[in-house]
Design a binder for this molecule. Structure first.
Ligand code: GLC
Ligand code: CA
Length: 561
């Protein structure tokens, strides 16, 4: 396999609005990010992904872009962005931005021109279609609820939007539109960007017949993802995109891809794939409900373990995926993947270890490194997220009470990940001197960066050790390229695997259970490299001999013969 510059890197996602506010308007900003570059460097971060910072009406928090060439004034200026690039470069770090090109904002000049002249050139930048028998062109339900089709005022046409109605889908069949997008991407890469995280990218291919699907809900509509899943030909569009842009710059690209077809992985992330990598969402998809968040299945340890293992085994035949436990669209990993008794510093470290040492590119989401958790939400008004509001509504329609629907949202809401980063135990967790745009999690006095800086055994200091181990001269090779081999899969509560190459054999073993376990060691232990416990025999640096004993929520990283 050809080695790439990004294979051995550790990435970090910043959700700028909630990262750090430096001017008291309650909104995180570029100055805040610049001021924390040293903090990120010390955490072992190489690549920083910024969720969208382009000009936007923020209907979907920046995933609705009204000008691809300017920075939202809420976040700062283009000069500050250039400063961020330069400061990152000085520290040997790379910046990647979010690339949202399936749709733009309805306030984008293209869409405004299209509305002004629905027969004109710009209408063809979008999907303007006539209805059928007094209905919209098809029965698709958008990801955020309601029809995917919105009337074009003053005409008998509709425009397509798979997300909010303020996010019209761009017409990738139009060569002019494609060229505009390529130019824009290259403009950013010329500036010195290292690449992109690419939003909802397989949605760009539409079935131009827009066939109806069997209704799958009481609204008589069908999820629009069914059209995405059943459409052929996205590969050509993605190849063309790569050839005109990323390839020339050796850019790092990480795509958000759901609904991939069987057997397509090599085309996406193989040797000459469309992208450098894609996110592994397989564990997250375990909580996809049939109708929404309200019927989402409970997370079960064994299913989770099996899913992670199967995904690792499959992906390593082909390339690398990007591993996450959470992002800006998902609840916090600690609240989701750990049982209640494990939502402690020890459990948090355990989950982090198991995730960061998998084969692939680790992406740490802001606040994960201190073990941030889901917030407690008292009413639907406290939420900002468009998707949470929709899911609350779906739950109520399905007959859940207000309390029950709130509970569902509390578990699954995207706002759980979007509460401000908890920097200190000062007012508003040190995030802002003003009023935060979204409430601060009330547990900030217990969980915050400042207090964890001071404790040698804090989650934060543990994450630093973890990234340092992964990137260390001695173990970098095996943690980057070493094969993933699962172990102790028959146990009730242990998630364990080896990372192996010709030189080394590492064992990562974690006990997610409530009670201690004993595991028979298959290979003699050479060294104990990391543990989240001070007291066990292994944790104190003593090598276990034949039997490895793991307390509840204990994790250990061993080098074996
Ligand atoms: C992606 C983003 C999400 C956004 C959606 C529409 O899934 O991660 O935040 O709402 O695309 O752009
Ligand atoms: Ca600000």
């Amino acid at each position: 396999m050809e080695r790439k510059w990004w294979h051995d890197k550790v990435a970090y996602q910043i959700y700028p609005k909630s990262f750090l506010d430096t001017n008291g308007d309650g909104i995180g900003d570029l100055r805040g990010i610049i001021s924390k570059l040293d903090y990120l460097k010390e955490l072992g971060i190489d690549i920083i992904w910024l969720s969208p910072i382009y000009q936007s009406p923020f209907v979907d928090q920046g995933y609705d872009i009204s000008d691809y060439y300017s920075i939202a004034s809420e976040f700062g200026t283009m000069e500050e962005f250039d400063e961020l690039l330069a400061e990152a470069k000085k520290r040997g770090m790379y910046i990647i931005m979010d690339l949202v090109i399936n749709h733009c904002s309805d306030k984008h000049e293209w869409f405004q021109k299209a509305l002004a002249d629905p027969e004109g050139e710009y209408a063809d930048y979008f999907y303007f279609r006539k209805g059928k028998n007094g209905n919209p062109p098809s029965n698709y339900r958008s990801y955020f609820g309601g029809s995917c089709w919105e009337p074009v005022p003053g005409t008998d046409k509709y425009y397509l939007h798979m997300f909010a109605k303020e996010q019209p889908d761009l017409n990738w069949e139009n060569p002019k539109l494609k060229q505009e997008i390529y130019n824009m991407i290259n403009w950013w890469l010329e500036k010195g960007l290292a690449g992109f995280r690419i939003d909802a990218i397989i949605n760009i291919k539409k079935n131009l017949e827009f066939p109806d699907f069997e209704p799958d809900g009481p609204d008589g509509m069908a999820g629009c993802w069914k059209m995405v899943e059943s459409t052929e030909g996205v590969g050509e569009l993605l190849e063309e995109l790569k050839e005109h842009t990323f390839k020339k710059y050796d850019a790092f690209t990480v795509a958000e891809v759901f609904n991939m077809k069987e057997g397509e992985l090599p085309q996406f992330i193989g040797e000459n794939g469309h992208f450098s990598t894609i996110f592994d969402f397989s564990a997250h998809c375990l909580s996809d409900g049939e109708h929404g968040w309200y019927d989402a299945p409970e997370m079960e340890f064994k299913k989770w373990r099996e899913t992670v293992i199967n995904s690792q085994l499959e992906v390593q035949k082909t390339g690398f995926e990007a591993n996450i436990i959470e992002n800006h669209d998902e609840p916090r990993g600690v609240s989701r993947f750990l049982p209640e008794y494990a939502r402690t510093p020890a459990g948090t470290k355990m989950l982090g270890t198991v995730s960061l040492l998998l084969r692939g590119i680790p992406f740490i989401y802001q606040g994960q490194e201190i073990g941030m958790q889901n917030a407690v939400w008292e009413s639907i008004e406290e939420y900002d997220d468009i998707s949470t509001k929709d899911q609350y509504h779906i739950a109520r329609e399905a007959g859940l009470s207000n309390e029950e629907a709130l509970k569902v949202c509390g578990k699954m809401s995207r706002d759980n990940a979007r509460t401000p980063v908890q920097w200190s135990n000062q007012e508003n967790a040190g995030f802002t001197t003003g009023t935060p745009w979204l409430k601060v999690n009330s547990n900030y006095t217990a969980i915050n960066v400042e207090s964890q800086e001071a404790q040698p055994d804090s989650v934060l200091n543990y994450y630093r050790k973890l990234t340092a181990l992964r990137k260390s001269e001695e173990y970098k090779e095996v943690f980057t390229y070493g094969e993933f081999v699962p172990e102790y899969e028959a146990t009730e509560s242990v998630m364990a695997y080896y990372r192996v190459d010709d030189e080394k054999r590492m064992l990562i073993a974690a006990n997610f259970g409530k009670t201690p376990v004993k595991l028979e060691l298959k290979y003699p232990v050479k060294r104990v490299l990391l543990s989240n416990q001070e007291e066990t025999s292994a944790g104190s640096g003593q090598k276990p001999e034949h039997v490895l004993e793991l307390e509840s929520c204990e994790v250990i990283v061993l080098e074996c013969e």
